[in-house]
Write a protein that binds this ligand. Sequence first.
Ligand SMILES: *Cc1c(COP(=O)(O)O)cnc(C)c1O
Length: 479
Amino acid sequence: MKKQKRKNRLAFDKKAMQNIGYTVIDTIVEHIDQVDTLKVHGQATPEYLNDKLGGKIPSKGKNPIGLIKQLKEEVFTNVLRVDHPRFYAFIPAPSNFIGVMADTLAKGFNVFNGHWLAGSGSAAIERITINWLKEICHFPKEGGGLFLSGGSMANLSAIATARKIKLVDEGKRGVVYYSSQTHSSLAKGLKVLGIGEKYRRPIAVNRALKIDLKALEKALKKDQKKGLTPFCIVANAGTTNAGVVDPLKKMAALAKKYNCWLHIDGAYGAASMLVKTGRKALKGVELGDSLTLDPHKWWFQPIEIGCLLVRNAEHLKTTFQVTAEYLEDTKAKGLEEINYYDHGIQLTRSFRALKLYLSIKTFGIKAFKKSVQKGIDMAEYTEQLLRKQKDWKIITPAQLGIINFVYAPKGATLDQIDTFSKVIAHKTMVDGFAMMTTTKINNLTVLRMCPIHPGLTKQDIKATMKLLKKLASEAEEVH
Ligand SMILES: *Cc1c(COP(=O)(O)O)cnc(C)c1O
């Protein structure tokens, strides 16, 4: 077919596109190349940002190269550098360049990855990648899954599936069980699904912060007696707070006994299935009916990509498949031509699988294994250094790349220790050399570190500890 001359007000000629594109790539490459020389933390006030970026809807356009330059100065300087090697807060998002390029390609071709008719190539890649994940997580061949925006959507989709499969009669009053250490996205998902607090059972944890199995079974029995229907147990495979894994095998046995769906939230921790330590900690993960895993966390993908795996792919279809006359032409011919819109909430969906697929193809799975292992090692190294210092106390040991500790000089009260954590975290953020946040363990505010950037060095950790020591003595002078 011949190329036509077209008038299109929302387009550029080839040369201009190349210029804009090179500017974008140069900006990205400069960021990735320089990030460790910058402060970890960047933020401006709402007034400043509104003043710089707001204003009336522009009626006439401007040169995009100038606009990109402004973004660089006003926007990208004012975001947390979650891809900085010394960003240890929350769950870091180290990303990787191939993932970024894959996202760019997927957007450039504007791939519609909702059904086989629109994207057979993209659906095939999603299925191949999901199959790799099933293999890594020891899920059965007949299992399935899909990529989603993140762990929150994966958890919500899992509970929706559990309810559909286990509570065939929707009139039953179904109850969900999970430990008090479970990520807040689960409660949010339950709320969205209309599962009110009356039907949620946050269960106490033991000293190791794992779900108390006796309390769990007691709650299951009590609800059954009351005429309620337990339908789902959620287990943690690496809590966000402390990297703790619940007793998966025993929870699977309870799920079986009480005819419940077992959902495992491994949004953070399931990535460790690539290494021996992780496989040991997550023993029994293959017994889950569903598993959440976030490649945009510990598998180094750019945001957003989460994943839900299920033991039986048909369960997703039973839950999410709906027909419509205008989608008749997309009906799949046989099982091989997968229509992902039947497996989840979205119809129009992006080609998220590409970044994980292309980065695994580019670097090889061995590089991922070594990178995950490094996170585990760096948290353990941090623990070793802290144990050698007399004024620091470990609150939860390094587990799957997460460690919690406090500054506790001799004679300090619990209140003071609590305050030290808050002040030190704040001071670290202002300093900008590194960043960590606090959390609460048994009601005590603690410093939490998740050192999982694949480019992290022992030198970084040593320098961070030195800074902490300095900031701690500053804090002690005041409080
Ligand atoms: C991060 C996290 C989530 C939520 O995932 P998002 O990708 O942020 O939506 C859920 N569970 C756990 C254990 C997490 O660490």
